[in-house]
Design a protein around this ligand. Sequence first.
Ligand SMILES: N[C@@H](CCC(=O)N[C@@H](CS)C(=O)NCC(=O)O)C(=O)O
Length: 258
Amino acid sequence: MWQLFTIPFSHYCEKARWALDYSRRPYQERAYLPGLHLTATALRGHGKTVPMLKAGAEHLTDSSDILQFVDRERESGVPGLFGNDDAARSEVLRLEDWLDENLGPSTRLLAYHYLLDSIPTLVQVAGQGYGPLGKLSLGVTMRGLRGGIRKGYRITPDRAAQGEERVRKAFAETDARLAGSPFLVGSRFTAADLTLAALSGPVLMWPESIHRHDRQIVTQDPIELLPDSFKATVQSLRKTPTGQHAQRLYRDWRRVSS
Ligand SMILES: N[C@@H](CCC(=O)N[C@@H](CS)C(=O)NCC(=O)O)C(=O)O
């Protein structure tokens, strides 16, 4: 069976997991603690990051490659993720790429900026893919890694402010696209919508998104757990057309495999 190697709360991993669930192809998720994922990736010569999809002899090490592969291999009857024609396909690919480069790094930067100061909150918010022991280990791991994460992603108050600006700018562009259209490209759900919703996860934290990707009932809206300053940001982003679109996509399009 295919295996998807993840850090469960990573938004790029959620992007790949959503596409796999959508394609109806069976797969197994292999969830790693941050840092330990390197034993499955870098130490075996498969790049440094997750998601990584092992499908037979293939190792796909980038979420965009995974989406294209999964789209080609989807079960019959499942509509494609890349639009109806060549023009739509190139627009979907362009937008996906733009979101990967502009939105994903900034939403991660912002969430880490606020949550690395409070590991118990981070574990509550991000630890849903782990059992009790996993949560405990996640707390220990994140305490150990937080200096490295701050350094690696260059997380400073100034950069967080710039990150928020970048998120708002990206949302303004997607808001404009969504005015009068139910989807980002044409009249159907595509990889662009999926990417937008998955990569916005760290700054929207819709309970629907956690429930859908984690297969668990979430009883508390994660926003209640956030420090006040971050809570205000999340609240205001949720109210935008893009924030609302992401929630709708999770409700209507986030199929979970059984
Ligand atoms: N361009 C990559 C980005 C993936 C990515 O940034 N993954 C992060 C988790 S969100 C990661 O694996 N970080 C761990 C590391 O860099 O060691 C993709 O789209 O798959």
